[in-house]
Write a protein of this length. Structure first.
Length: 568
């Protein structure tokens, strides 16, 4: 008899894993760049009673001039939602204290503290929701899906910085979770109104969240009027209209803060600071016709989404599995959101968005890709475990070393920086307590704990590896490592991406020349960790079984009744 963990214990371990990952993000105090400084300047200004950032205009290049005054060129949602948190910081004198601190510049410590509210908490919300939805589609495997997403994608580095992407991703994904919940019971307009409000707030935080809003609008109206509707029966127009009005009414309410800010700042509810940027005055706010070559760069360069986070390749498999489970509307919605962001990003004049560790404009689509991973962990545990571990190594390294890189070649900084103990500030180093590996230890240990707890929450039965699955896992991670090292260079993807950076006014010259294979050291490390992880997952259940089989060994009884056992 195989033992299975009590669902309550599994849930507790899952929540603990999420807490560990959120705490890991909270320990890192990144250097503050233009984007972060722009959000912080706007938050300070709004808290002071003005949308004008003139006093802080030297802090950032992400600004726009309108009628003789400077404004943040960022969407105002993050700043608006952060004003209460900033007021709390001011109440205890944190900004003034941070201004005189030596660790970071321009109140950088206060920027970090604000990020705990505007980036770390949204990360935790995303992981809780991914875990919950993942548990619905594959009981017991929601936690591995959530931690694979949180530790192994761009969500991790961006949860340590005051960008708006994690916040907008949390709002957009929460807007998806509500109608999913509503579709499981009786039709209720309340959930649709709430989804609309969250989608509208997401647009206020990051304008492209409108793509999520449109996809969710279609998802909201696509439900039949009652759960017991006859198979194949099309929804009646009246029911669709009612559901559409509920959702759109909520969306209008959600964008009111954005409209009110625009009226306050520019005298027009429809005027966006984006419109005052020269680069956004061509095409549709800088967006032209999607370029297939740019799409390839976004996905397969050395900063590409699938190169740095190969676990997301399995999300595509998971979407197919989701549709086969009968959740076609959810599968279509996830696919629609992902494609919309890819096409929009492939048409944008600055595809990667400046000095960042990967295509940051795709972050809002990532939570949607997390849910199908629960199915992949069930169907393909070997490749899922291997690629999740490799992704976590790459993203954790980028986060703790230098996430704000300028080009593909600078990914070569990550491996040597890790080997040399050259890390970003942490709560320990900022306090002057220690440097190097000791300073980074809380982050590394907490990420490791989150990964381990995700495995414990799933249980050895659900993640058990057959020799075949272990072999598939090794083959999958080895194939990824070979492509990550050779593919972007040999296929010319990095060269193409570098030329695009230069055309947009940036530099493709590496900060330090690490040769033509920038990810060599990091890919080798990720491969080694993934293989070691597979060996551990493969060996531990067998060693435990042999131990229980010895004379005097006591097999554990199942903590679940047969009715509570997971599906085969």
């Amino acid at each position: 008899m195989t033992s299975q963990m009590n669902p309550a214990r599994s849930r507790n371990f899952g929540i603990l894993a999420i807490v560990c990952l959120a705490l890991a993000a909270a320990t890192v105090m990144q250097a503050s760049g233009w984007n972060q400084s722009s959000h912080y300047a706007l938050t300070k200004s709004i808290a002071g009673g003005s949308p004008i950032i003139d006093p802080y205009r030297q802090w950032t290049g992400d600004k726009a001039k309108f009628q003789g005054h400077w404004y943040s060129s960022r969407a105002p949602g993050l700043a608006i939602l952060s004003v209460p948190a900033y007021a709390g910081l001011e109440l205890v004198g944190a900004p003034a204290l941070a201004a005189g601190a030596a660790a970071l510049k321009r109140e950088g410590e206060a920027t970090w503290a604000l990020g705990l509210w505007a980036a770390v908490l949204p990360l935790a919300l995303i992981l809780v929701l991914v875990r919950r939805l993942g548990e619905r589609v594959e009981p017991g495997l929601g936690t591995p899906a959530a931690i694979a997403l949180g530790a192994g994608t761009l969500l991790l580095p961006f949860s340590t910085m005051l960008f708006s992407h994690v916040l907008s991703a949390a709002l957009g994904f929460a807007a998806f979770a509500l109608p999913w919940r509503e579709r499981e019971g009786r039709p209720r307009a309340f959930w649709l109104v709430g989804a609309g409000v969250l989608a509208g707030l997401g647009v206020a935080a990051e304008y492209p969240t409108v793509f999520v809003g449109i996809a969710l609008g279609l998802y909201a109206i696509s439900r039949r009027s009652a759960p017991e509707a006859a198979p194949g029966r099309r929804p009646r127009f009246a029911a669709m209209a009612q559901r559409g009005l509920a959702y759109s009414g909520g969306a209008v309410a959600g964008v009111i803060p954005l409209l009110a800010y625009n009226q306050w700042a520019f005298g027009s509810p429809t005027h966006l600071a984006y419109a005052d940027l020269k680069a956004h005055q061509s095409g549709f706010f800088g967006i032209g016709i999607p370029n297939p070559a740019v799409a390839v760069e976004i996905l397969f360069s050395s900063r590409g989404l699938f190169v740095l986070a190969p676990i997301l390749l399995l999300s595509l498999v998971g979407i197919v599995l989701l549709a086969r489970r009968g959740l076609r509307a959810e599968a279509y919605t996830i696919t629609g959101v992902a494609l919309a962001y890819l096409l929009y990003n492939a048409g944008y004049f600055l595809p990667f968005g400046g000095e960042v560790p990967g295509p940051r404009f795709l972050i809002s689509a990532l939570p949607f890709l997390g849910v199908p991973l629960a199915l992949v962990f069930r169907r393909m545990p070997g490749p899922a475990i291997a690629l999740a571990l490799a992704s976590a190594v790459v993203m954790a390294t980028a986060t703790i070393t230098d996430p704000l890189i300028e080009n593909e070649a600078d990914t070569g900084l990550w491996g040597p920086a890790l080997a040399g103990g050259e890390f970003q500030q942490t709560i320990l180093s900022a306090a002057g307590l220690t440097e190097g590996w000791l300073a980074a230890a809380p982050f590394v240990l907490l990420v490791g704990a989150a990964v381990a707890l995700a495995g414990v929450a799933a249980g050895s039965e659900r993640l058990a590896l057959s020799p075949r699955q272990a072999g598939l896992g090794i083959a999958a991670v080895a194939a990824w490592a070979v492509f990550a090292v050779l593919g972007p260079s040999v296929l010319g993807v990095d060269a193409s991406a570098g030329a695009r950076i230069v055309a947009a006014g940036g530099s493709a010259a590496p900060e330090v020349d690490h040769g033509a294979l920038p990810l060599l050291e990091l890919a080798a490390l990720a491969l080694a960790v993934a293989v070691a992880g597979l060996a551990l997952v493969f060996a531990v259940p067998r060693a435990s079984a042999r131990l229980r089989a010895r004379p005097g060994g006591r097999p554990r009884e199942s903590s679940l009744s047969p009715a509570g056992a997971t599906r085969a």
